[in-house]
Design a protein around this ligand. Structure first.
Ligand code: DGJ
Length: 749
């Protein structure tokens, strides 16, 4: 997978037959030149034909040369101060106060699999799965050594990159910027696709042509954030969901990040990604190293679905925590929208018993069980049971619920502190903020200084007390405010620029300790919904609560956008109350189920208030999810019709062997006298006959359709999507918000 043309100035070609990534060492400058990234080409003896040089008015590195300007040479890992005027990947502040760097090639190392990090989350890679190339660079102006790590996977069109900087010198260095990767594409014929949003409106999709100059999105909030996801894709203008080139970049990081594209006036497109340099200033003392987080780069020549499937596969196989106490993905009942803070033991036991009777696997007690938390203005950081609400304690509640034959889960918000807690009384200096300046509150709470190991140890101790004393199979790990006044009372003056990164390392440390102490506990990460829906959190988690917006129609956009990079098996999605608590919309129980089905599937409503008929429907819905769960969570997901473009959304999942598929079609707007609707399917076996069943609609005649015509002609929604055309005028009008789910299975014989 790694092909090297040896010599003093070697070239490196990473390829797995699905993509090629090529760069080489430049003889004149001993630096790295990026040569090609795209569809796979065969390894060759020489790549000089890929070198482009023009004599241009510019600053040249060496006297008597006119083509040694880094401004005009595609860089593999750009620096500032050596004729490249674009934004660099690394910026070192030297003892003299300058920022001038020149990184020279020293050599390389190869290995099967990859090295793990004990500081931060990374994709796994067995020796058979992947190969790693490490390029060793040295800084001409200091004793810094820079290692560029490239891991190429055998089965996916994926390369993972990261950087490690070592200070071998006598003096400490300051890293002002260290991005995880940078790549210069030779043209700018791209459109940029990314995910933006806000609380309850996460992962909305935006696609725009590139403009000349710098365009970026980032986080400065201490979390990857609701506002922008650490993901971007560059796509050819004619790329659709099903065809065309797409280059996806996904950062395995939960803190402040930067995703940047810089198009220069010669149409070269530089993409870079990593820790946000804003507010970042890292002191690297003698003998110390600094590791960047990883960027996962996925390539597709088969459109956006092809790119997303690479991400889904690699994240399912090499990132997510797969050990759980459940035999399959658990169907959970979450107490939040049913109870908020208003509950007692009796009410919980009643709800859990009914949940068990309806077929749920797990009962989750959300916020409000600890300290004296009857509203959101106190008790965070006091992780002891509120005995007024739960007189027998969590241990007894958990074992009573377990005795019913259903698992029990509990909510925590480990990174936060309220002022009415013993921890705050003893350690007011443990919150992030300057003691002599205003410290803002968010949801009446403050952020604990997780750069301080004592703080992390205290919260670990408190959580372990609860988790160790009771049968708790699931944790919902929430985080509900951003860091707005970054100052640590623990860090020294010169380390304040390290706070954001040290904070997130502290969060990883706590997650890692919980994982080690309780390996099988099922973790659902959450940050006021999707405020930290990123691959780094998923490394410790089994799934993520992707939005506090539980409305089925709004969820179409959120889940569709998130599927660009994240597998649907990670998307916490619940059937909730109507009128919906976020938007007041009323949708049918079926529609709410049909949307949540393409996610983790759970419920968040007061089941005690459901009518007998609705209870029966819920029971059947749970059975239905259980029946199709394996297909839904392990198959290939295809987006078909976008909710951002049309009133009819559609998506589907096809099993890896193409023997079955499940299709969801959703109407968000009714229209009178509507046009005929066809949905072209994807991913089926062309020559296979499929039996076509509509879920929730029994039919004696099971139509048979072929893969080729389902993909070329499509699913013909000939019973009129807005209502089943039983009678000429008398047909039932479905109104707005209508959904249908189809199941396809290859017909035997
Ligand atoms: C925000 C989460 O996103 C909700 O699901 C719920 O857990 C609340 N926090 C509880 O405070």
């Amino acid at each position: 997978m790694i092909f090297i043309n040896e010599g003093h100035y070697p070239s490196f070609h990473l390829t797995n037959g699905k993509l090629s990534y090529i760069f080489h060492v430049l003889e004149s400058t001993q630096t790295l030149e990026q040569l090609y990234y795209g569809a796979a080409i065969k390894p060759r003896d020489n790549y000089d034909y890929l070198i482009e040089r023009e004599v241009r008015p510019s600053n040249n590195l060496y006297q008597d040369t006119h083509t040694t300007s880094f401004e005009h040479i595609k860089q593999e890992f750009p620096v500032y101060g050596t004729t490249d005027f674009r934004y660099p990947a690394i910026e070192i502040a030297y003892p003299d106060g300058d920022h001038i760097s020149h990184l020279s090639y020293v050599g390389y190392t190869q290995l099967s699999g990859k090295h793990a990090s004990n500081l931060q989350p990374m994709l796994r890679a067995g020796e058979e799965d992947a190969a790693t190339l490490i390029i060793h660079l040295k800084d001409n102006y200091s004793q810094a050594a820079i290692d560029l790590h490239y891991t190429i996977y055998r089965e996916q069109a994926v390369i993972v990159r990261r950087v490690v900087v070592h200070n071998h010198g006598e003096e400490s260095l300051r890293l002002k910027r260290l991005l995880s990767m940078s790549i210069d594409f030779p043209h700018d014929d791209f459109e940029l696709l990314h995910l933006y949003g806000a609380w309850a409106r996460e992962t909305h999709l935006e696609r725009k042509p590139l403009i000349k100059g710098v365009q970026n999105f980032s986080s400065t909030r201490g979390a990857s954030s609701h506002a922008h996801n650490p993901f971007l894709a560059l796509v050819a203008p004619n790329t659709s969901e099903h065809q065309g080139e797409a280059f996806g970049f996904s950062l395995v990081y939960s803190g402040n990040f930067l995703s940047q594209i810089e198009v220069d006036t010669y149409h070269v497109t530089r993409v870079s990604m990593g820790i946000n340099p804003f507010q970042f200033d890292w002191h690297l003392d003698t003998g110390e190293s600094f590791e960047s987080p990883e960027v996962v780069m996925a390539y597709s020549s088969k459109g956006l679905n092809g790119m997303s499937q690479q991400f889904h596969d690699i994240y399912r196989q090499q990132l997510l925590h797969n050990e759980t106490p459940f035999e399959k993905a658990p169907v959970l009942l979450n107490s939040w929208e049913a109870n908020y803070f208003d509950f007692d033991e009796e009410k919980l036991l009643e709800q859990a018993q009914l949940a068990k009777d309806l077929g749920f696997d797990l009962f989750v007690l959300d916020d409000g069980w600890f300290g004296k938390r009857d509203s959101d203005n106190g008790s965070l950081g006091n992780w002891t049971t509120d005995l007024d609400k739960i007189p027998q304690g969590i241990r007894s509640l958990a074992s009573n619920i377990q005795a019913m034959g259903i698992h029990f889960g509990l909510w925590f918000e480990p990174e936060m502190l309220s002022v009415d807690t013993p921890v705050y009384q003893a350690h007011p200096e443990w919150i992030i903020g300057h003691p002599n300046k205003n410290i803002s509150h968010g949801r009446n709470q403050f952020v604990l200084d997780f750069s301080n190991p004592d703080v992390v140890a205290n919260i670990f101790e408190q959580m372990s007390q609860i988790l160790g004393s009771a049968e708790i199979d699931y944790i919902k790990w929430d985080m509900n405010r951003y860091i707005s006044e970054p100052f640590s009372n623990f860090l020294k003056k010169h380390q304040q620029g390290e706070l954001f990164h040290r904070y997130i390392l502290g969060v990883y440390d706590l997650l890692d300790s919980i994982r080690k102490a309780f390996p099988a506990v099922f973790i659902e990460t959450c940050a006021g919904g999707g405020g930290r829906y990123d691959p780094a959190m998923l490394f410790y988690a089994n799934q993520n609560w992707i939005s506090d917006d539980t409305d089925a129609i709004e969820r179409l956009k959120i889940q569709y956008g998130a599927s660009m990079v994240y597998p649907i098996s990670t998307m916490g999605s619940h059937v909730s109350e109507i009128p919906n608590h976020q938007v007041g919309r009323i949708t049918s129980l079926k529609m709410r189920k049909d949307v949540a089905l393409f996610g983790t599937f759970g419920y968040e409503l007061d089941i005690m208030k459901l009518s007998d008929a609705d209870r029966e429907e819920v029971r059947q819905q749970i059975n239905q999810f259980n029946q199709y769960q394996s297909l839904l969570h392990h198959g290939d997901f295809y987006r078909l019709n976008s909710p951002f473009e049309a009133g009819l959304t559609a998506w589907m999942v096809v099993s890896k062997d193409q023997s079955e598929a499940i299709v969801g079609v959703y109407q968000s707007q009714a229209s009178a006298n509507p046009a005929y609707e066809r949905i072209q399917l994807a991913g089926l076996a062309s020559d296979q006959a499929y039996e076509l069943l509509e879920l929730d609609h029994e039919s004696k005649d099971i139509p048979v359709r072929y893969g080729d015509d389902l993909m070329a002609i499509g699913l013909i929604l000939n019973e009129n999507f807005t209502g089943r055309a039983d009678e000429y005028w008398g047909r039932e009008k479905a109104g707005e918000y209508h959904s249908r789910v189809f199941y396809l299975k290859t017909k035997k014989g």
